[in-house]
Design a protein around this ligand. Structure first.
Ligand SMILES: NC(=O)c1ccc[n+]([C@@H]2O[C@H](COP(=O)([O-])OP(=O)(O)OC[C@H]3O[C@@H](n4cnc5c(N)ncnc54)[C@H](O)[C@@H]3O)[C@@H](O)[C@H]2O)c1
Length: 422
């Protein structure tokens, strides 16, 4: 394939080097003449192990051209990879100036090009804010060259490589994410990755754009979390790595998909209590742990978000059936259950609330569990129903936790919000 690469920075030259290695014809484009001159001479303009040798191979074998403009090459290329920078602007947003400039140039080149049986694929690899493909790129290209699907096709394919191991990461990615208008439209891109063994996620553009930012947010969160634990450990004269090693050994709950479910807030008798304990410990020792300290406020924000979502579908005086009250399935533990908070909020907003929880059926609450309920939902016995059939035509049903056998019996005409499936 003949592949144009726009932007010869870390991402662009790594792609150029790997495509040369894979036997493709590459055209490297950059507005920076010094970078173009480096690449034309088979030198890497950035320090990235292995890249220079492959660029040199491209020059020697006549498979690497360079230019400061995409215009003359687009008509003969199978695919264009856009790898220009998207630095932060003054307000923290990703700056789209370079992306827009290159998009204008490509749009004009497509407009001037004859229609081809196999239209060129324009692939955006730069990190962009969710919504950019739909709201900015497609309209800009459409204005200049008509809608995608005519003279050209487009895709978004975020890059996940790390500098210093970029070539190894290119050939062994954890995943390949392809955003496209419809699954399967970007065949050239699939051809590029045909020999790479990684799961491919085909997504809508905005979701694909969000994956990239989600990954980097989490990587930063991991570093910040590990450092906060490290600061506490050091202050306690404990080896931070010892603590982290034991933490990492739990691949069931810690380093795993467990708890990674957008939906319900956390609660129960342990997480809120022990988070308060870590906050108190750190503050008593003058240690700042803003990441860990933000977990409880974040959880409170999520509870408000859920209550607001429910109230968008209900009005004061409406009857709502809440399915579930204990903090998770198969336990009657009500302590700090987020569903108790939700129940309190809805009652406060004038909702006629009824609650059914199979985990509470026939249970007599005692001890701390009973005390918690008496404090937060003193009239619980009046709100609880024996079965969902006891509540006739509720305005809304809230599925607070999984209970398949119960939800399968719900009248399909009822309005339902499932908190675990936002
Ligand atoms: N560096 C990384 O490790 C990495 C990893 C994954 C994703 N990304 C993302 O990939 C994108 C590129 O990152 P980078 O680190 O390679 O950037 P970079 O700043 O190193 O390189 C970008 C290049 O684009 C060139 N450019 C600007 N406008 C151009 C135009 N109109 N035509 C042609 N070239 C143009 C610049 O001169 C520069 O050489 C960014 O969105 C970044 O967030 C970077």
């Amino acid at each position: 394939m003949k592949v144009i690469i726009c932007g010869l920075g870390y991402v662009g030259v790594t792609a150029a080097a790997c495509l040369i290695k894979d036997g493709h014809q590459v055209v490297g484009i950059d507005v920076n003449e010094a970078k173009v001159a480096d690449v034309a001479a088979g030198r890497s303009p950035v320090s990235e192990p292995g890249v220079g040798d492959l660029l040199q191979q491209g020059v020697t074998e006549g498979r690497l051209e360079t230019s400061t403009s995409v215009t003359d090459h687009l008509a003969t290329a199978d695919m264009t990879l856009i790898c220009v920078g998207t630095p932060s602007d003054a307000s923290g947003n990703l700056e789209l100036g370079y992306i827009l400039a290159v998009t204008q140039e490509i749009g004009a080149a497509i407009a001037a090009m004859e229609e081809r049986a196999e239209p060129p694929l324009i692939v955006y690899r730069s990190t962009m804010p969710p919504g950019t493909m739909e709201n900015t790129i497609i309209p800009a290209l459409t204005d200049l060259a008509g809608p995608p699907g005519g003279k050209y096709e487009i895709a978004f394919n975020p890059e996940f490589l790390r500098e210093s191991t970029a070539i190894a990461d290119y050939y062994a990615p954890a995943k390949i994410v392809i955003g496209e208008r419809e699954p399967g439209l970007s065949q050239q891109l699939r051809g590029l990755y045909a020999d790479i063994d990684a799961p491919i996620f085909e997504m809508e553009f905005t979701a694909a754009e969000m994956v990239k930012l989600t990954d980097n947010s989490f990587h930063a969160l991991k570093v910040a979390f590990a450092n906060e634990i490290g600061r506490i450990a050091l202050d306690l004269s404990v080896d931070p790595q010892n603590v982290i090693d034991a933490f990492l050994a739990d691949t069931r709950l810690n380093i795993s998909p467990a708890y990674f479910r957008p939906g319900g807030p956390f609660g129960g008798s342990c997480l809120p209590k022990d988070l308060r304990a870590v906050n108190a410990l750190a503050s008593s020792r003058g240690i700042q742990i803003p990441v860990i300290a933000s977990a409880l406020p974040s959880n409170a924000a999520h509870k408000s978000f859920l209550a607001d979502r429910v109230m968008q579908q209900a009005s004061p005086g409406d009857t709502i059936l809440l399915l579930g009250l204990s903090f998770k399935s198969d336990t009657d533990d009500l302590r700090e259950s987020p569903l108790i908070d939700l129940a309190e909020t809805l009652i406060g907003k004038g909702i006629d609330l009824r609650i059914f929880d199979p985990d509470l059926k026939g249970r007599t609450l005692i001890g701390a569990n009973l005390r918690f309920v008496e404090e937060h939902l003193p009239h619980l016995s009046r709100l609880l129903v024996e079965d969902i059939s006891d509540v006739e035509a509720p305005a809304l049903v809230i599925i607070g936790k999984p209970m398949k056998a119960v939800t399968e019996r719900l009248d399909p005409s009822l309005s339902v919000i499932n908190l675990s499936l936002l």
